[in-house]
Design a binder for this molecule. Structure first.
Ligand code: TRP
Ligand code: SF4
Length: 405
């Protein structure tokens, strides 16, 4: 499901630790994070345990990868005053939730996640017939459910993981969300609403339960959420009663699809480290220039005088991201009529990429030279995240009747 979300809602997203980032990561996710931190309560984290699911045999790079990635986040403008930045393994509660959820997650849910078989195929040289690799999406579900996130901004490839997260939350709430005296507590909560709200609430519930009337469901939600004097627990019970399920302990998140034009790599394929077609977020100007100059163009343009077709040229994909309508018009005309040469055509791209990267690279240098600052940002963020995680785990343990210690 993909919808818009309201203000004051919590957003959570993560990236597996992969070291320095490239422009594909920047345009595909980071730029959007920077924007969202002003609009929502954001939690952004480094999924270092997720890196282990495929690279368990060589862990020597993990620590460097974590710090380098955080430096790129900060350099791109993710602001620790606006967003909580943390590292997964610094909040060990994620492992506990993962374990508890593993008890109720059918094996078939994990086996049918398409990325499971796809990645095994793609990374044939690795032995991925491990328990950890199969559990990848469930660890991701734990990351998300831990913060009761309303939405999760991710790219298309991650959508199925969020979808599975919703199913896991629903199953958890169904199994553990029923209090023994639920009906009595609901009756009491309805009395607490007072007649003026209780009556329309009951009518809305009846209409929704009997006919699936979505407008009635929305009315019911409205009545409960705008009521001035209900406790949080009563609110949750009334919502559960309205929807016909158990009390909502874990929150089903929405996917917030990041709407960005596909960032192509230097060769026209998707930009990806494994294809060796990237421009790094901290790439030096000379190197940017060299890389773009060497980019292949429409193969029909053998000689300067041969006309070309931008649709068959990876440089055109860059113009779609970096150039305004006027420049694109100039490219289109000039290419088709052989009025401009390919090097000429690449010039505005080189300028635009350098203009984008230069300030990022300069900020990155400052953070890279101040490791203590980066560390303290992450430590502080992880403490903040951990406080939230502890609250969720209290709820979870209570619901599972494991709160006897
Ligand atoms: N699987 C994500 C990726 O490969 C990283 C990730 C881990 C994540 N846990 C998450 C993303 C929770 C969003 C929410 O990029
Ligand atoms: Fe590609 Fe530009 Fe050359 Fe046309 S002129 S082939 S769009 S680089």
């Amino acid at each position: 499901m993909s919808t818009t979300i309201g203000a004051n809602q919590r957003v959570l997203s993560g990236m597996r630790s992969s070291g320095r980032l490239h422009l594909g990561n920047y345009h595909g996710a980071l730029k959007n994070w920077v924007k969202m931190q002003h609009e929502f309560e954001c939690f952004f984290f480094v999924a270092d345990w997720h890196a282990l699911t495929t690279h368990y045999d060589d862990t020597s790079q993990i620590e460097t990868d974590v710090w380098e990635m955080v430096i790129d986040w900060l350099a791109a403008g993710v602001n620790p005053k606006q967003a909580t930045i943390f590292v997964q393994s610094m909040v060990p509660e994620h492992a506990e939730l993962h374990l508890l959820l593993s008890m109720i997650t059918p094996l078939s849910w994990l086996e049918r996640v398409p990325t499971y078989k796809d990645q095994q195929e793609k990374l044939k040289e690795r032995d991925l017939s491990t328990y950890g690799f199969l559990g990848y999406p469930l660890l991701q579900a734990s990351d998300i459910l831990m913060y009761k996130a309303a939405s999760v901004p991710v790219g298309e490839d991650q959508q199925v993981h969020v979808e599975m997260t919703r199913e896991v939350a629903r199953r958890f709430n169904f199994i553990y969300g029923r209090e023994p005296d639920f009906e009595e507590r609901v009756a009491k909560a309805i009395r607490n609403m007072g007649g003026k709200s209780a009556k329309p609430y009951k009518a809305a519930r009846k209409a929704y339960q009997e006919t699936g009337d979505e407008a009635a469901l929305a009315r019911g939600h409205e009545l409960v959420s705008t009521h001035g004097s209900l406790t949080v627990a009563d609110r949750e019970r009334l919502i559960a009663h309205l929807e016909g399920g158990g009390r909502q302990i874990l929150v089903e998140p929405k996917t917030l699809l990041t709407a960005v034009p596909k960032m192509p790599g230097l060769d026209g394929q998707k930009m990806s480290k494994s294809y060796g077609n990237t421009i790094g977020m901290r790439e030096e100007n000379d190197s940017v220039q060299q890389k773009i100059k060497r980019m292949p163009t429409d193969p029909a343009r053998v000689r300067r005088t041969d006309p070309g077709d931008p649709g068959k040229c990876p440089v055109w994909d860059f113009h779609k991201i970096y150039s305004d309508a006027e420049t694109r018009e100039w490219v289109d005309k000039g290419c088709r009529s052989a009025g401009i040469g390919c090097l000429e055509c690449k010039k505005p791209i080189i300028d635009a990429v350098i203009a984008e990267i230069e300030p990022i690279r300069e900020r990155a240098v400052i953070f890279a030279e101040n490791h203590d600052l980066v560390k303290s940002i992450v430590q502080e963020g992880s403490e903040k995240a951990r406080a939230e995680a502890r609250k969720t785990m209290d709820d979870v343990r209570q619901a599972m009747k494991l709160n006897y210690s």
